[in-house]
Design a binder for this molecule. Structure first.
Ligand code: SF4
Length: 681
């Protein structure tokens, strides 16, 4: 028996460190949270309690396979790795010869979010000169929106929420999707008297457990922020000295917010004007106050500038002066400072004629008849695009193309894998190395392989080493071993990783970055914006042709009468994106998605609890059962996006209804702008 340290591979802010017990036959027999990890404190979420079952599940793909049925049918026959690599590389060489390297494209994201497995193919595709992908579906719109106001840098560490006395959770179901923050720092703050306010169109479990839920109309968050600023300035509650010393554009901001009276903001957001008044005053007067934002607001046409607008609030009230005060989003900037990302991702591309497409528009790219050259060779790994990306039906149309050669590297036969020409077996986190940063705290963890890869499964890193050899690429960085890559990542010379090496991590399993105890990087200004101040007025935005001031804009739907309901597709509790959906258990016993709708919206349509309903718009339709609840705002319906297509009653899932435009920052996704109609079947 041995115990091996590792960490959860999922795209979740908690990045739990774990320990795996392996018996003397090399079989993993138990998995638990690392008991000494200060942030996750030895607990894993219920999803991960099933991880070992997932690893040994009978449905794992364990051998290379070649498609023998039609695309999408899922009929394959086993082939050797040698044959698979020969087919893949000869197709790639042929595509490059006939159409150039831009006709090849990766399609990947954060299925395994560690530094090695997530970025495994980036240097290979850069070397190839392939079409590059902007993968900003999650996080980057919010990150960049906030950056226009206060610059880059993590201004409040999630751990420091324990010092906060007023915690606004804005657009995040924290109790479910950021479990250890909720049960750790937030619980501690609450114990010391902090008030928790949740702003969300849905009465999520987090909203239910908070002190106050402000149920806001979808997409109107910036209006609420402008209304808060109106009340704060009207009542003279701004921090005059902080505003004078550390911000630019206050006078113009004052003009901008004048019209956002509580009456107007109430009509825009659906929140009562007395509540808006009380909330704004409490926020300005309670210190330290923090706004916790995650990705809920960014998947909209107004997503970037909404986050930019909200980010003005902490400077206005001087929140950055206090430990635990300000705006708390990711810890990505800190991780980027700590690790040498150049070890795994290419630097700014020098490739002439580089083409970048947006992952959120995969369907458009694969079906665009004017794209020159078209994408003829596609490699899907670390992603289940058919379920997780917007405009599902257009993606399916693209994947069905006869002239598209598709490779999929996967652990299970997902609905995307069914479109592969060649299907390759991928290892799980128990079978490969990785270095796990976190986007939700300041710890890194080493994931050591606990067991040998099952069958003929290989890690993403090993796959790309094999492909590099198959393409006769000789660059050492393409062939570097996993341990060499981890050493380079940690050899950044940053004081944040001082004393943290592969060898120390092999012993401890995880390590805290060496962040200062008193993390208040904006207490004295020092914003990393062009002016060095918090920019209420942004010249950069003006130069980009965008509104330079905090702003609220919502694009009215063209088809309001046909599709009057806002459709929100958040995460489901027991899945991690589309993972675990194919492994039903007693927690998800019913195992089918449902549409949550307001009782009055249901009554208007003669819909009763558990009735079969058809949700539809110009992109597609989904048939599921209805669940009636006051938790959904009138005019808003909700269905989790994670469910696989086969889980619904008509073989389509939530993303069959989502649009595939980009945000106001010209990247990201507007999937949450979906409008639908619902009818009883
Ligand atoms: S999914 Fe998140 S909460 Fe669950 S074990 Fe993984 S990192 Fe922890």
């Amino acid at each position: 028996m041995k115990t091996v340290n590792g960490a959860c591979p999922h795209d979740c802010p908690d990045t739990c460190a774990w320990q795996v017990d392996v018996d003397n036959k090399g079989t993993a027999i138990s998995l638990r949270g690392h008991p000494e990890h200060p942030f996750t404190k030895g607990s894993l979420c219920t999803k991960l309690k099933r991880y070992i079952n997932r690893v040994y599940h009978k449905d794992r793909i364990l051998h290379p396979q070649k498609r023998v049925g039609l695309k999408g049918e899922g009929e394959f026959e086993r082939i050797s790795w040698e044959d698979a690599l020969e087919i893949i590389t000869s197709k790639l060489k042929g595509t490059i010869r006939d159409h150039g390297p831009l006709s090849a494209m990766p399609c990947n994201f954060a299925g395994t979010i560690g530094m090695l497995q997530r970025y495994a193919g980036d240097q290979f595709f850069e070397r190839l000169g392939a079409t590059d992908v902007d993968r900003s579906i999650c996080g980057k719109v919010a990150l960049d929106g906030i950056r226009y106001t206060i610059g880059a840098g993590d201004t409040v560490l999630p751990e420091d929420l324990k010092h906060s006395r007023y915690i606004i959770i804005w657009g995040s179901n924290t109790a479910v999707t950021n479990l250890h923050l909720w049960s750790g720092a937030i619980k501690e703050a609450r114990h010391k008297g902090a008030k928790i306010v949740v702003i969300d169109p849905l009465k999520t479990p987090t909203a239910e457990r908070s002190d106050w839920h402000l149920q806001i109309k979808p997409g109107t968050d910036a209006a609420l922020a402008l209304g808060m600023m109106h009340i704060i300035v009207r009542d003279g509650l701004q921090d005059e000295k902080y505003v004078k010393d550390h911000t630019v554009g206050f006078e113009r901001l004052r003009d901008r917010i004048r019209k956002y009276t509580p009456e107007l903001v109430s009509s825009l957001t659906g929140i009562g004007k007395e509540e808006i008044e009380k909330f704004s005053r409490e926020y300005a007067l309670t210190k330290p106050a923090v706004i916790r934002v995650l990705v809920g607001m960014e998947r909209r046409l107004n997503g970037g500038l909404t986050l930019r607008t909200i980010a003005c609030l902490p400077a206005l009230v001087g929140a950055f002066k206090s430990l635990g005060g300000g705006i708390c989003q990711f810890t990505i900037n800190t991780m980027r400072e700590a690790l040498d990302y150049k070890a795994v991702i290419p630097q700014e591309s020098q490739t002439p004629g580089k083409r970048i497409i947006h992952l959120a528009q995969l369907g458009r790219v694969l079906t665009d008849k004017n794209l020159s050259p078209p994408i003829n060779w596609l490699m899907i790994y670390n992603l289940n695009p058919v379920v997780t990306l917007p405009n599902q039906n257009l993606i399916l149309t693209g994947l069905k193309r006869d002239d598209l050669f598709t490779v999929v590297h996967e652990q299970f036969m997902t609905e995307s894998a069914k479109y592969a020409d060649i299907l390759l077996p991928a290892s799980t986190q128990l079978e490969h190395w990785d270095l796990m940063p976190s986007w939700g705290h300041t710890y890194v963890a080493l994931n050591k392989p606990a067991i040998a890869p099952l069958g003929e499964a290989v890690a993403n890193t090993e796959l790309f080493r094999m492909l590099a050899k198959g393409m006769d690429f000789k660059e050492p960085y393409l062939l570097a071993s996993d341990e060499e890559r981890i050493r380079r990542l940690l050899d950044s010379k940053s004081p944040l990783v001082s004393g943290i090496t592969l060898e120390t991590l092999k012993t401890t399993g995880w390590a805290k970055l060496k962040t200062p105890t008193d993390w208040r990087p904006r207490a004295e200004g020092n914003f990393s914006t062009p002016s060095g101040k918090c920019e209420f007025f942004s010249k950069t935005l003006e130069n980009l042709g965008l509104d330079p001031l905090p702003t609220f804009e919502i694009t009215p739907s063209q088809n309001m009468e046909e599709y009057p309901l806002d459709f929100i597709s958040p995460k489901a509790t027991h899945f991690l994106n589309s993972e675990y959906v194919n492994l039903p258990n007693n927690v998800t016993i019913e195992h089918s998605p449902s549409l949550v709708m307001n009782t009055m919206d249901a009554q208007d349509r003669d819909i009763l609890e558990n009735d079969k309903v058809r949700i539809f718009n110009q992109y597609g339709e989904v048939v599921v059962k209805a669940k009636l609840s006051q938790n959904c705002l009138l005019g808003t319906v909700s269905m989790a996006f994670n469910w696989w297509m086969a889980s619904s009653l008509n073989g389509s899932s939530a993303n069959a209804l989502t649009p595939d435009a980009l945000s106001d920052l010209k990247f990201g996704s507007n999937a949450f702008d979906a409008k639908v109609q619902v009818m009883k079947v």
